[in-house]
Design a protein around this ligand. Sequence first.
Ligand SMILES: Cc1cc2nc3c(=O)[nH]c(=O)nc-3n(C[C@H](O)[C@H](O)[C@H](O)COP(=O)(O)OP(=O)(O)OC[C@H]3O[C@@H](n4cnc5c(N)ncnc54)[C@H](O)[C@@H]3O)c2cc1C
Length: 410
Amino acid sequence: MKNLLILGAGTAGTMVANRLHRALNSDWHITIVDQHETHYYQPGFLFIPFGMYSKSDVVKPRRDFIPAGVELILSPVEVIEPEHNRVRLAKGGRLLNYDYLVIATGAQVRPDQTPGLLEHEWRKTIHDFYTLEGAVALAKVLRTWQGGRMVVNVVDNPIKCPVAPLEFLMLADWYFHEQGIRERVEIIYATPLPGAFTKPVASKYLGEILQQKGIRVVTEFQTERVDPDARKVIAYDEQDIEYDLLVTVPLNMGDEAIARSGLGDELNFVPVDKHTFLSPKYDNIFALGDAAALPTSKAGSVAHFASEAFTDNFLRYIDGLELLPTFDGHANCFIESGFGKGLLIDFNYEVEPLPGRYPLPGVGPFSLLQESEMNHWGKMMFRWMYWNLLLKGQELPLPVRMTMAGKWAN
Ligand SMILES: Cc1cc2nc3c(=O)[nH]c(=O)nc-3n(C[C@H](O)[C@H](O)[C@H](O)COP(=O)(O)OP(=O)(O)OC[C@H]3O[C@@H](n4cnc5c(N)ncnc54)[C@H](O)[C@@H]3O)c2cc1C
């Protein structure tokens, strides 16, 4: 019997477990470990503060998505011992041996890393929407908020779904219009980036949309601390921004178990080959999804393309063939922009998001980097696709590798 061990039963781990369960024969035992019973549809957290989704829209039992025949163990991972090809679990110190290991423990928000965030104003005037608890608490506040200055602050990059803060800003603009208080709300976006987004073309398009919506962008703001009494976010260069309501996107980090295992970088993300996901140190360890230190977005769409590319490659590898550099960093994300509209971006390691049309047989085309109602419906359909197709590793009519079809070269 060969043992494949997957750590983390989130988006990436669950997809890989489903795909490999179908592809591997009965000589293989697949085990997947997670610390929580509940699977969260994290993209849905964005809609909770604005009353568009509730808690029940974004949670389901994890077990429902793990195929019979794959062993699911619920326990935190304590440490990986790569020299011994084994993992120690926190529950009872149980040891799990593996022949191959897939690390898919994701990224977590770490408000504890920024002084002032987690003090007495946390969940009062300081909120987040990257956790379910945070999104639910923020929804409560926004229902009765009478206006003032709302600052959305990204502490540092990389963050999961780098467009989510922009979506939050644009949905907030729409929500306050709906509530009839938009003229009483000042919306500011404080980002460490030189523009609204990481890539120049998208940054220009998105920056213009924010401007049209009356959202002020403060760039190159390197957050050092928050003064919860003075209600100020303060940067390393002592520049500060006052707020009435702070919506923080805290530092994102990989799991502490990665650090304890000596497998992470300074943010606990696992360095791996960017085309094959193989660790440069251990030839039987791979990292996928947000846990991997890769120069592409940390996003569910990336986890999906990555898990497809990985599965085919893994099947070659265990047959003694070399890994092919098949993953091109492909990412695509719908960007909800309020008033029933959205945008779409599609890019990879080499090609930044470009305007144009994204062809999708039977449904598309979707407009790239331009607002449309179609893109909004694409985003809304995504939740159904996530629970019913994506997690189960079903084939989707989306090419794993990015194509230039429909894109206008800038
Ligand atoms: C607000 C928000 C909006 C988003 N919007 C989008 C979007 O529109 N489109 C998109 O593509 N992506 C979006 N994302 C990102 C997407 O949700 C993630 O990129 C995706 O879930 C990553 O999958 P993953 O498997 O790598 O990590 P996760 O799905 O987070 O799974 C990691 C799993 O590992 C487990 N784990 C971690 N440490 C341990 C441990 N020590 N022991 C045991 N288990 C452990 C966790 O419990 C978790 O279940 C959004 C994310 C957020 C927060």
